[in-house]
Design a protein around this ligand. Structure first.
Ligand SMILES: [Fe+2]
Ligand SMILES: [Fe+2]
Length: 214
């Protein structure tokens, strides 16, 4: 079939499809194997399980937001190379989403009930910052990924040593988030103003504190 330019309607439908797939359906098969697949399960007591599930729910909510952010940015990107880069990152984030969900369900719990809210908020922020132009859009992504890496680093430090399955997933996610951020910088990301970074941290804190419980 010949290639054709995507119309705004095509993009809208693709976005709606991604939103539904992210928040409403159980995660499908990830394109890449779950890093925890070959790691034997640990013996966790009920309290450790519930804490582990809460932390993974936070990471899963972050991945829901990452999907929306990248789709929001891609929807308004002006440069087709930037759009392709965002699509590639979004594909890796989709694996992260599936790995987190698999671990939450292994622990007998469910992802955040507020996933539609995390998706809608992040999509709006992604599209709004994308409208300022690609260098700001990339700047927003670079800063988001930096903050996500900090969060995942602190998660890794607080992990009980027996939870090696979670460590395998979070370590690979952290490495890939770092790469997404570096790719955005290489592609020409602008450095965001300090108050914007602080606002992003404050917003992320609301999401992480809420998703741990709900
Ligand atoms: Fe991710
Ligand atoms: Fe990422």
């Amino acid at each position: 079939m010949p290639n054709r330019q995507l119309t705004p309607l095509d993009r809208l439908l693709a976005g709606a499809n991604n939103a539904l797939r992210t928040v409403a359906a159980p995660a499908g098969h990830p394109a890449r194997a779950n890093p925890a697949e070959s790691v034997p399960p640990a013996e966790l007591d009920a309290k450790q399980k519930s804490h582990a599930a809460g932390l993974m729910r936070v990471n899963h909510a972050g991945e829901v937001a990452a999907q929306a952010l990248y789709m929001g940015h891609a929807a308004v990107a002006r440069d087709s190379a930037v759009e392709a880069q965002m699509q590639h990152a979004a594909d890796e984030e989709l694996d992260h989403l599936a790995w987190c969900e698999q671990r939450i369900r292994e622990l007998g719990e469910k992802p955040s009930l507020l996933s539609p809210l995390w998706y809608a908020g992040a999509f709006a922020i992604g599209a709004a910052s994308g409208m300022l132009g690609d260098k700001w859009s990339l700047g927003f992504i670079a800063e988001t990924e930096r903050q996500v890496c900090d969060h995942l680093d602190s998660h890794l430090q607080g992990l009980p040593s027996e939870d090696e399955r979670r460590r395998a997933i979070v370590t690979q996610m952290r490495d890939e988030e770092r790469q997404h951020g570096e790719d955005a910088v290489t592609a020409g990301a602008a450095e965001l103003p300090g108050p914007v970074k602080q606002l992003m941290r404050a917003t992320a804190k609301v999401m992480t504190r809420t998703a741990y419980w709900v």
